[in-house]
Design a protein around this ligand. Structure first.
Ligand SMILES: Nc1ncnc2c1ncn2[C@@H]1O[C@H](COP(=O)(O)OP(=O)(O)O)[C@@H](O)[C@H]1O
Ligand SMILES: [Mg+2]
Length: 321
């Protein structure tokens, strides 16, 4: 488990992480999304202690990363595999040798290295490329090598910094499928830093949205897309559309009831008029999620609230800014 508590970090006088808190549970696929400059990479480097920070605490499996001696720091980094956008492979070495590197650093025997590298090549699906140099591989194959190398020392966590940002959409999907597989089979926690919404949508169970060094929102991914709150709207640059008079109510359509007829039924049952001012449907994995904002006259507010509660419809009131 990774617990990040109230982290502040500065570069010179500029605050690049501002009271950042989040908890990443063991075994989950956790996404951190934000525009360029939001502080995502800096946060990752604070977790594996490549960067220092001013205030706050980061605990990785209950160990405070700030107080580690050199040996403990090596152990921490062994537990935290990392992959990057630019793959960071050594061009002069073969695929096999690249994956063997961390094992050599930790003084594994030749036999052990061979056994482990062959196993990893098989896991990431590039056994036939073992003697190639990186320049003869496609982007997706290079990232597979990097993933194998990150897994070499049996880490508990893999930190991915824009790991799919240099790949085309189909290759991105296949790399995300591989990460999901690794998460399923090996139970490894995966932290995915990205600016790509599709990545979050495809595999993250929970997500934190960051902007300007701050966390705007953290929730289950499905809830984030269902509610479309300030955090997500800030990320995609969408305004909240509400009317200045009456009461604005957002009705949520989770996947179980995406095509319900609640709106027309409510109008009939309550015999009131209301305007529909905004609606959206969002494809989320195999389902459709959606929400609809309606505006009702102030004196009908209580009837509508009670009706929605009685029908077990999820809703929230949108208060004008
Ligand atoms: N080594 C550094 N020195 C000074 N400023 C930095 C350094 N690294 C990052 N920054 C600044 O910190 C902020 C966050 O950067 P970064 O963590 O790379 O964001 P992201 O990964 O979300 O794009 C940016 O404003 C960036 O310019
Ligand atoms: Mg970055």
């Amino acid at each position: 488990m990774i617990e990040i508590k109230n982290i502040d970090k500065y570069y010179q006088d500029i605050k690049v992480l501002d009271d950042v808190s989040m908890t990443i549970k063991s075994g989950e696929i956790f996404g951190i999304i934000g525009h360029s400059g939001a502080g995502k990479s800096t946060l990752l480097r604070c977790i594996n202690r490549l960067e220092d920070y001013k205030n706050g605490e980061i605990l990785v499996n209950n160990k405070n990363v700030k107080n580690l001696n050199e040996k403990e720091l090596r152990e921490l980094r062994k537990d935290l595999g990392m992959i990057f956008q630019q793959f960071s492979l050594l061009e002069r070495k073969t695929v096999f040798e690249n994956i063997a590197l961390p094992l050599e650093c930790f003084k594994y025997s030749k036999d052990e290295i061979k056994r482990r590298v062959l196993e990893l090549l098989d896991l990431v699906g590039i056994s036939n490329k073992r003697n190639e140099k990186p320049r003869n591989l496609s982007g997706g194959q290079k990232q597979r090598v990097a993933i194998a190398r990150a897994l070499a020392l049996n880490p508990k966590v893999i930190l991915c910094d824009e790991a799919t940002s240099a790949l085309d959409p189909n290759t991105t999907k296949s790399i995300l499928n591989l990460l999901q597989d690794i998460n399923n089979k090996l139970g490894i926690t995966i932290v995915i830093v990205t600016h790509q919404m599709e990545v979050i949508k495809q595999i993250c169970t929970r997500v934190a949205i960051m902007e300007g060094g701050k966390v705007l929102e953290i929730d289950d991914t499905e809830e984030v897309f269902l509610h479309n709150r300030n955090g997500l709207r800030a990320l995609v640059g969408e305004e909240n559309i509400v009317l200045p008079k009456g009461i604005n109510i957002k009705i949520l359509f989770p996947k179980e009831i995406s095509n319900d007829t609640i709106i027309t039924k409510m109008a009939r049952d309550l015999d009131i008029n209301f305007s529909i001012i905004f609606g959206r449907l969002e494809k989320f994995r195999k389902n459709i999620l959606g929400s609809l904002i309606i505006n009702v006259p102030a004196n009908n507010g209580d009837d509508v609230r009670q009706y929605l509660d009685k029908e077990k419809i999820r809703w929230e009131e949108i208060i004008n800014d």
